[in-house]
Design a protein around this ligand. Structure first.
Ligand code: MN
Length: 207
């Protein structure tokens, strides 16, 4: 499923979760999805709205706010909440209740840049497992080349000229209720069984 609201002009309102809370179990439990979506993700939007109230940023999109505040120490609270709101929009859209496989131009690019789907899955699991502390593992397009990268904390990639295709949250709140410290188990279950490759293919074809 594609979700156009994650690209370019996202409002300062939390979008609906694109699947039922138990749709990813047992890889991600309904309890984890509930706390993650209803508390963490909603909290970033609620805090952001309060932080920008009465300022020129209040009428801007998430993407505009992120670009306006990135790398500005005076605006780090606004950046963190805006970027986390955006990253979670993108994360939910990156997940699929059922296993999908890449198609079209993305499948050809994976074959060219990684060899096969298993190799890109392994790279995502490795990047997410090795990310020290909180962050995100991403498949991005850098020009037309596919890369797997990680960001720490609220870091995004589109401000660095890379186009995100999909992401996996590796903050502890994404998995700790389910597998405690075993981040690699969460990553393996999600990356091998629940990535929305249709969303990634649509993002790759978008530019
Ligand atoms: Mn999260």
């Amino acid at each position: 499923m594609t979700n156009a609201t994650t690209h370019g002009a996202s409002p300062l309102e939390q979008p609906p979760l694109p699947f039922a809370r138990d749709a990813l179990a047992p890889a991600i439990s309904a309890d984890t999805i509930g706390v993650h979506y209803d508390k963490h993700h909603k909290g970033y939007f609620d805090t952001l709205v309060k932080l920008v109230a009465g300022s020129p940023l209040a009428g801007q999109t998430l993407e505009q706010i992120i670009r306006a505040t990135t790398d500005d120490p005076a605006q780090v609270k606004i950046f963190n909440n805006a970027a986390q709101a955006w990253n979670h929009n993108f994360y939910w859209a990156s997940l699929s209740p059922k296993a999908l496989t890449p198609g079209g131009a993305l499948a050809a690019a994976i074959a060219r840049d990684f060899g096969d789907l298993a190799a890109v899955q392994a790279a995502l699991i490795k990047a997410g497992t090795e990310q020290f502390g909180s962050g995100w593992a991403w498949l991005v397009a850098d020009g037309d080349t596919l890369k797997v990268v990680a960001t720490h904390d609220a870091g995004v990639r589109f401000t660095s000229g890379q186009r995100p295709l999909l992401t996996v949250d590796v903050w502890e709140h994404a998995y700790y209720l389910d597998v405690q410290n075993r981040r690699a188990d969460y990553l393996k279950a999600v990356v091998e069984g629940h990535l929305n490759w249709d969303f990634a293919a649509a993002n790759f074809a978008a530019d």
